[in-house]
Design a protein around this ligand. Structure first.
Ligand code: NAP
Length: 507
């Protein structure tokens, strides 16, 4: 049922420093890593299931994951908030159809309050590694504390490690340079000459937000994205009141949104359908850039819509039409002390460079140093790319679970739906271990291999593989390790309960 979520300010807790020599391991049933949607959702559901002996380890001083880290101007979600929120904690107070970052972050804070999670979170504790010793996980942290846990649940997400390309001369740039996920709000952009590198989901949000205040903005575009209008609007007070009084209304809205998004899947699975939708994108470009053929030519995508994330914005193209904004499509060759040099030899003099260049797609969990059965390191198990069963468990790593693991990403709907599906699966795995009085549950390698072979076969036919673009969805071998190739209800069905045939119980 719906609950009212009061607006709250994020609470900051100073990291606790612990003397590494004197601290014994803390014994808990479950360690949850991360306090974004995945970690908080898992904490709520573990608690509700009576599995109260858990701790949440959070490297930051506050909770919220990606919605804490990304504070760039204009940051918002491109999935409607009435869908991009927990089903068990719907929020009648959303003020916009597509809430902005501060409101989403406040929502996550209110989840922590409503479910009394704050004292279960250890802030400022970064996990440095985890090792399976045959009966439990030894989870090490970089402050020297360690946790001995039967289960470990990583809710660390895939996109948190900012990617800044290695461009020759960047270290010699005399002005200010930063990444969109590490926005420096102390740096006043008013009157500055700004270079923005990248035209992804983040850049198309912050470019319109900063364009009016800067002296000039040069947008370095390597690939023109598909951008569609965003049906974003303020939610009137009377609608919020109705949702507050009649929670069923809000649930019906959520259901309608869910099915509207699911209808989009066909386009991703069948590129010929997507080519029809693409015509709408071209129409929108014609309309919004009427009379500016040169700009239209520059920003018209050359790949099939959907191959990269389809972006939504009402103010991106209008921002590009501003007198103080220009789009540069030449390759960047180097950076000098004064600016950015393109392949035609032109030096674009700027005061500030902002990288909207995305993230190093995580195999961060592997890099973190996770060692499973027989001393096998996750980094070695994943040397050909991250693979899991239903994006949640990995063969050889008993009682270890990932939320938003490999091939759980979506191009069409709310990740929170996937997160809730995976949490359900994890709880069923834990129940299975308890019921059989086993020590642990592991995934069969042959089941994992067959599952991934099937995934790759299906993914090979989708627009992500055939759409004629290079995207972070694909690894260097062209394999898609990030997205779920289908409807989210089929993922929900498959994660309803674990299939004993795909798992082994360790006595
Ligand atoms: P992104 O989508 O990966 O875009 C990165 C941009 O940087 C692309 O335009 C890329 O060009 C460009 N780039 C990368 N390296 C470059 C180089 N060496 N030279 C020039 N350009 C370069 O990153 P993002 O915009 O931060 O978004 C990342 C993901 O975060 C999204 O896909 C989405 O999943 C998520 N996100 C979601 C929302 C939301 O509303 N839900 C908002 C923001 C982000 P190419 O296209 O040529 O590679």
């Amino acid at each position: 049922m719906s609950e009212t979520t009061p607006r709250v300010d994020p609470v900051t807790v100073d990291p606790v420093t612990v003397d590494p020599v004197t601290v014994d391991p803390v014994t808990v049933d479950t360690v949850i890593v991360g306090s974004g949607f995945a970690g908080l959702g898992a904490a709520v559901k573990l608690d509700e299931a009576g599995r109260k002996d858990f701790v949440v380890l959070e490297k930051g001083g506050t909770l919220g994951g990606t919605w804490r880290d990304n504070v760039y101007p204009g940051c918002a979600c491109d999935v409607e908030s009435h869908l991009y929120s927990f089903s068990f904690f719907q929020n009648p107070e959303w003020t916009r159809t597509f809430a902005r970052q501060p409101e989403i972050r406040a929502y996550l804070e209110s989840v922590a309050d409503r479910y009394r999670l704050r004292d279960r979170i250890r802030f400022g504790v970064k996990v440095a590694g985890a090792e399976w010793d045959g009966t439990a996980w030894d989870v090490r942290t970089d402050d020297g504390t360690s946790y001995r846990a039967r289960y470990v649940l990583f809710g660390t997400g895939a996109l948190h490690d900012p990617f800044v390309p290695e461009i020759e001369g960047l270290d010699r740039f005399a002005g200010k340079a930063f990444h969109s996920a590490q926005w420096d709000h102390s740096h006043d952009l008013a009157g500055k000459r700004v270079a923005v590198i990248g035209t992804g989901a983040s850049a198309i949000q912050f470019v319109p937000a900063i364009a009016p205040e800067v002296e000039s903005l040069t947008l370095f575009q390597r690939t023109a994205p598909w951008v569609l209008p965003k049906p974003d609007h303020a939610i009137p007070e009377r609608t919020r009141t109705a949702y507050r009084r009649l929670p069923l209304l809000q649930t019906l809205n959520r259901i309608a949104l869910y099915w509207r998004h699911e209808a989009l899947v066909a386009g991703f699975l069948h590129p010929q359908i997507m080519k029809l939708v693409q015509k709408l994108g071209l129409k929108y470009l014609d309309k919004v850039l009427a009379g500016d053929d040169e700009l239209k030519r520059k920003v018209t995508p050359t790949f099939t819509m959907g191959c990269k994330r389809v972006l939504m914005s009402n103010d991106y193209y209008p921002a590009l039409r501003r007198d103080n904004v220009s789009v540069e499509t030449g390759d960047i060759t180097r950076i000098t002390g004064r600016g950015v040099v393109t392949a035609d030899g032109v030096e674009h003099e700027v005061d500030t460079i902002i990288f909207g260049t995305g993230f190093k797609v995580a195999d961060g969990m592997a890099q973190m140093g996770v060692t499973g059965r027989d001393g096998v390191k996750l980094v070695d198990a994943w040397k050909d790319g991250p693979e899991a069963l239903l994006g949640t468990t990995v063969a050889g790593f008993p009682n270890l679970f990932m939320i938003v693991g490999p091939n759980t990403g979506l191009g069409h709907s709310s990740m929170v739906f996937m997160v809730e599906s995976q949490i359900n699966y994890v709880l069923d795995a834990m129940r299975t271990v308890d019921a059989s009085r086993a020590v642990a549950i592991d995934t069969r390698q042959d089941s994992q291999d067959a599952y991934n072979a099937d995934l790759q076969r299906r993914l090979g036919k989708t627009v992500w593989s055939t759409g004629g673009c290079a995207s972070w969805y694909l690894d260097e071998n062209g394999r898609n390790r990030t997205l779920w190739p289908g409807y989210t209800f089929s993922f929900r069905r498959r994660t309803k309960a674990i299939d004993p045939a795909h798992h082994e119980l360790i006595a």
